[in-house]
Design a protein around this ligand. Structure first.
Ligand SMILES: [Zn+2]
Length: 289
């Protein structure tokens, strides 16, 4: 009884703790961060810095940005973009609400750059952000921006990493920016406090596999440029772990017993600590922490 209450408290404290850590890191470390551009294909580049990978499409009509990392990095991000293109930055699309993807919104909004995101992202950002940081164009269905001879097709996916996830397919360059639904550096983060779900993660990864062709370049929220086969492997891993955990839940195993049984053992070397992912899988499949 006592133990289960303790775990409940931990489960509540954990996401807040993570947020505090990421904000503290933002305060402490960012002065040394360099923004490194990588050309992926056609009009599309991504910028590596601190936080989620920033996507940009550049050309004679200017710049379309995906996500904007943290506020203290805005000057460096803009300088990196200026090295590639001196045209107007027309739009920023937020892939989801997290501060390592939306932290620059306020700076960019004050410059008059149009911020787009799903309705859900604006609602969640409104709770903690000033007016200039909020998306002024929101959508509940797909939306396409036509610039630089590029179709920038942004479309909502089922609640996966959060309930406001968007994939952005740069159709002419054939690049998809996935936000944090797909990552190459860790197990999926299913942020249940922001509406993320296991079921939606599996569905969204299936949509990604279905949207990508064999040569499509896939840019994750965190990690390196990948392809459809990499996403299939990641999806299969999620399905494999979920199937194992489901059996354990049916057998009535406690979370501690599930964690000891180590259903992620085949993947831990690659993706690291599975605890947060496993907890989300276990609870969504009916287990009680
Ligand atoms: Zn995220």
């Amino acid at each position: 009884m006592l133990l289960s209450r303790l775990f409940k408290q931990l489960a509540i404290a954990l996401p807040l703790g993570l947020l505090a850590i990421s904000n503290a890191q933002a305060q402490r470390d960012l002065s040394g961060v360099e923004i490194v551009p990588h050309h992926v294909s056609g009009t599309f580049y991504y910028l590596e810095g601190a936080g989620g990978n920033i996507g940009i499409s550049i050309g004679e009509d200017g710049v379309v940005m995906i996500d904007d990392q943290f506020a203290p990095l805005t000057d460096k991000i803009l300088a990196a973009i200026r090295q590639l293109n001196d045209g107007e930055i027309r739009f920023v699309i937020n892939t989801h609400v997290h501060p390592d993807h939306t932290g620059g919104n306020e700076n960019l909004g004050k410059m008059g750059i149009v911020i787009l995101a799903r309705d859900e992202v604006r609602v969640r950002l409104s709770a903690s952000s000033p007016k200039d940081a909020l998306p002024i164009l929101t959508y509940s269905e797909s939306i396409t921006i036509h610039l630089n001879d590029e179709e920038v097709h942004a479309f909502p996916v089922p609640p996966a990493h959060t309930d406001g996830d968007t994939f952005i397919h740069f159709r002419d360059s054939d690049v998809i920016h996935t936000g944090d639904v797909f990552r190459t550096t860790a197990f999926p983060v299913i942020d249940t406090n922001n509406g993320g779900t296991l079921d939606g993660t599996i569905q969204a990864l299936a949509i990604l596999v279905g949207t990508a062709g064999p040569d499509t370049k896939i840019v994750p929220g965190h990690g390196v440029v990948s392809d459809r086969m990499d996403v299939m492997g990641f999806r299969d891993m999620v399905i494999d772990v979920a199937a194992q955990v489901e059996e354990m839940v049916v057998r009535g195993m406690s979370y501690e017993d599930v964690a000891s049984a180590n259903p992620t053992s085949a993947y831990n070397d690659r993706y690291g600590d599975p605890d947060r992912f496993l907890r989300a899988v276990y609870t969504e499949l009916g287990g009680e922490l």
